[in-house]
Design a protein around this ligand. Structure first.
Ligand SMILES: NC(=O)c1ccc[n+]([C@@H]2O[C@H](COP(=O)([O-])OP(=O)(O)OC[C@H]3O[C@@H](n4cnc5c(N)ncnc54)[C@H](OP(=O)(O)O)[C@@H]3O)[C@@H](O)[C@H]2O)c1
Length: 253
């Protein structure tokens, strides 16, 4: 679809990649951009950039009532960007309990599912449209020091495949975005290299324009996704040794 003239909605718009989605959508001439955050106050500076086009929405993606209210309020959306996510940097065995794993699933998997379910009829009514799910390269590989986050993104990737199949007949494109490490707060303790959040947002919006289903923004994600096709067991063994602070070079994986 053409992003020019689109009515977009970005979850987690106050975050690192989210703000760059808004910037990229403005540059691409989207007609309206709903920006969502858990607290409207976190959106003030974003709205001030372009008050005629940017509309703030309070949204908690784990709360079905909040999601339904957003869908009712934003019934003209043609491009849904599920960007909100959380990473609590825990293993599965090493964690004291599974509270972090549950919290990550609530946002990264169930939150994404709530959003897609609520907005599927909106997109259908508006001609099909596009859903962009911001997943992670860790949907395809597990980084054990953040193992429960990886598992939540793997669940979200599987859900993306299901939603893509279920919404194919209404003409909705469903894009999976799988960057490696991105230079935002979420990954401040993660090893280099890091792709810029601007590059991730731009690659995702290009995919919308070019009707691509799977995107791996940045060199690390491109390299590791290629290596996964050739030697998945080798990649698993390589990542198993990773600890915070070590440098993850795609070429060695
Ligand atoms: N950074 C990376 O290395 C990396 C790599 C691959 C994929 N990703 C994915 O990229 C997306 C954006 O992450 P980021 O790097 O930009 O991190 P970020 O700066 O921490 O932004 C995350 C955003 O998600 C919002 N959020 C979290 N839980 C939410 C909830 N329950 N309801 C509504 N909004 C919620 C946050 O809002 P609050 O400010 O209120 O917490 C924040 O706006 C995430 O899905 C993340 O998993 C990141």
């Amino acid at each position: 679809m053409k992003v020019q003239g689109a009515i977009a909605l970005v979850t987690g718009a106050n975050g690192g990649i989210g703000r760059h989605f808004v910037e990229t959508l403005r540059t691409a001439d989207a007609a309206k951009i709903y920006v969502c955050a858990r607290s409207i106050a976190k959106l003030e500076s974003l709205v001030a950039l372009d008050p005629d086009r940017i509309v703030p929405i309070e949204l908690e993606v784990t709360n079905p009532e909040s999601v339904q209210a957003a869908a009712a309020q934003c019934s003209d959306v043609t491009l849904l960007i599920n960007n909100a996510g959380t990473s609590l940097n825990q293993g599965i065995i090493a964690a004291d309990n599974l509270d972090s794993a549950r919290a990550e699933l609530e946002v990264n998997y169930f939150g994404l599912c709530h959003m897609c379910r609520a907005f599927a009829p909106v997109l259908k009514a508006n001609g099909g449209g596009t859903i962009v799910n911001v997943l992670s390269l860790l949907a395809k590989v597990n980084l054990p020091f953040s193992g429960s986050y990886s598992a939540s993104k793997a669940a979200a990737l599987s859900a993306t495949h299901c939603i893509r199949a279920e919404l194919g007949s209404q003409g909705t494109l469903v894009v999976a975005v799988m960057p490696g490490t991105v230079d935002t707060d979420l990954a401040k303790d993660w090893p280099d290299p890091k792709v810029s959040p601007a590059e991730v947002a731009q690659a995702a919006i290009r995919a919308v324009e070019e009707q691509l289903e799977d995107v791996y923004p940045g060199e690390q994600a491109t390299q590791v996704s290629g290596q996964l096709l050739q030697d998945p067991k080798g990649v698993e063994k390589y990542l198993a040794t990773f600890l915070p602070g070590m440098e993850l070079a795609g070429t060695q994986a």
